[in-house]
Design a protein around this ligand. Structure first.
Ligand code: ADP
Length: 535
């Protein structure tokens, strides 16, 4: 059944000129049509089939041509040889037409014309026009005489046959041209695919691998030493950023991409040997068909091994340096306070010592921020939650911020209840308020105003710190809580800071099961809102 179906499809492609013309098939069909014309003519008038009349000679020519088409070794003959067949067909049609009855044989000229146009392009079309004119139209005019009917046939047949031949030859040229363009584009894409320094994978809509470039084959050898079956979601030596937790099937980037997900910068380690394993950052994009339906996915794997190793070294370095700094700082702090408790010092010395004390506190906070940041990936923030009067904590922070605000000519207003008890880590929450408040003051203009509020909303404690200062652009808002991020405005105005406060603030809030949000408009001010569960 399948075989028969295939043959029928093959025949259709030949008859509709989709494939290169097959002389045996086309000539066979032509001979059948030719014979049909004569048979139908004979049905009306038996004399039409008299042996020796021109139409029957034409039939004989057609049959001989048919046999020739079937046995000639076309693949060994020069290309133009096959062109003789349609020309002979036109001659046979000419013979068929030099008959009083005429019949509809003229329309059959379209078959050799299409054949010539399809196989030999424009040159074939010219031959078709010349052939129909001199083998068909002119002889019939000479033989049958110059009547109106004959003239009309003699003109129209070459015109229509030529039209068909030119139409098919132009259509073919256009198909070839666009095929060339597509082939060229494919070669360019292939060159890009293989030259980029990024592993690339193309998936089809069912998650089967459609293409993998050489760069990615290296990564796959590390991740799947046993081999890969070419389907999305296969498990292998693929680990999370910690280097030990293996990816589950649902987490595998190929699996997610094959379900239509798009993502950016999923980090992973591939391979188990610490010396040869590589760190990769994976991104994915959907591929859609013309109707917008999911048609597959493209994944890019960037080698970020050096970057990940550098990050680790940096974190270890920062952690150890800040750890080492803490001990001498504690000692300086202690001695400065001992000194400050003495009453026999001249007042200017006491004032200078107070500056030392203030800066020691700042330095201590910076060092502990750095230490926390360096360790943040390994240990989640530890908080000790106890019943705490948050209102008192906030008031304390506002009071402590007073001198800095006064220096910056920023006023602070406070909207806090008498008491507000919540189960929180008092020290950590003071750090949150300090960070938000010091930012609000730092990023305000002279004469600016900062509003601090505390209240409850359902079972949540809500802390707000708002300013009318520089504000933050929408693009920056998304990255505000990442380590070491600072806005361009902060950098440009050389406002002191390192970009750690907000990332730490966020981890503290989240360790309490809360959330922090920011609303802001560039140039108009910012409002940070912290929501915490009160229990
Ligand atoms: P730092 O203040 O030390 O730079 P933070 O992590 O506290 O670090 O803040 C990160 C960045 O966010 C700041 O550098 C600043 O650009 C921006 N920012 C924070 N708070 C505000 C604010 N209230 N107004 C405008 N920009 C702010």
């Amino acid at each position: 059944m399948g075989h028969l179906h295939q043959r029928l499809v093959g025949l259709r492609r030949r008859l509709l000129f989709t494939d290169e013309p097959d002389p045996a098939v086309l000539q066979g069909v032509f001979a059948l049509l030719y014979a049909l014309d004569l048979t139908l003519r004979a049905a009306g008038d038996a004399a039409a089939l008299d042996v020796g009349t021109w139409p029957v000679v034409g039939l004989a020519v057609t049959v001989v041509t048919c046999a020739l088409a079937a046995v000639a070794p076309w693949e060994r003959l020069p290309g133009w040889a096959a062109g003789l067949l349609p020309v002979l067909d036109l001659a046979a049609l000419g013979m068929s037409r030099v008959d009083e009855q005429g019949g509809a044989a003229g329309i059959l000229a379209v078959v050799p014309a299409l054949w010539l146009g399809r196989q030999f392009g424009r040159r074939g079309a010219v031959v078709a026009v010349l052939g129909t004119t001199f083998l068909l139209a002119v002889p019939s005019l000479l033989y049958l005489g110059l009547t109106g009917v004959n003239l009309s046939r003699a003109v129209l047949i070459p015109v229509v046959a030529g039209w068909a031949a030119f139409a098919i030859s132009y259509a073919l040229e256009r198909v070839r041209a666009s095929r060339d363009v597509i082939a060229h584009q494919r070669r360019i894409s292939q060159a890009i695919f293989e030259t980029v320094d990024v592993g690339l994978v193309l998936l089809d809509r069912h998650g089967a691998y459609e293409g993998v470039n050489k760069r990615h084959e290296d990564f796959m050898r590390l991740a799947f030493p046993e081999g890969h079956l070419g389907r999305a979601g296969q498990l292998g030596l693929v680990f999370h950023e910690d280097g030990t937790t293996a990816f589950t099937r649902d987490e595998m980037p190929t699996y997610r991409a094959s379900h239509g997900e798009e993502f950016e910068d999923i980090r992973m380690w591939v391979g188990s040997d610490p010396h040869t394993r590589r760190a990769l950052s994976v991104s994915s994009r959907r591929v859609e068909d013309d109707n917008g339906a999911f048609a597959g996915a493209a994944l890019a794997y960037k080698d970020v091994t050096d970057f990940m190793r550098a990050l680790r070294v940096k974190d270890e370095f920062v952690a150890s340096v800040s750890h080492e700094l803490r001990t001498p700082l504690t000692s300086i702090n202690g001695y400065v306070h001992i000194l400050l408790e003495r009453h026999d010092l001249p007042t200017d010395v006491t004032a200078q010592l107070e500056v030392v004390a203030r800066n020691t506190v700042r330095l201590t906070r910076l060092v502990s921020d750095l230490l926390h940041t360096a360790q943040a990936d390994e240990a989640p923030m530890h908080v000790v939650r106890e019943d705490t009067d948050l209102a008192a904590v906030v008031r304390g922070c506002v009071e402590a911020a007073g001198p800095a605000a006064a220096r910056a000519d920023v006023s602070i207003s406070l909207d806090v209840p008498e008491t507000l008890v919540a189960r929180v880590d008092a020290q950590r929450m003071a750090q949150v308020v300090d960070n938000l408040l010091s930012n609000a003051v730092k990023y305000s203009r002279r004469g600016g105003h900062v509003r601090v509020s505390l209240g409850t909303d359902a079972n949540r404690v809500v802390l707000g710190v708002a300013d009318d200062g520089l504000g933050i652009s929408a693009a920056d808002r998304g990255r505000l809580f990442t380590r070491f991020f600072r806005t361009r405005q902060a950098e440009e105005q050389a406002i002191q800071g390192v970009g750690l406060g907000l990332s730490i603030t966020k981890s503290i809030v989240e360790a309490h099961g809360g959330r922090i949000e920011v609303q802001s408009e560039l140039g108009a001010g910012s409002e940070f809102t912290v929501r915490l569960p009160d229990r």
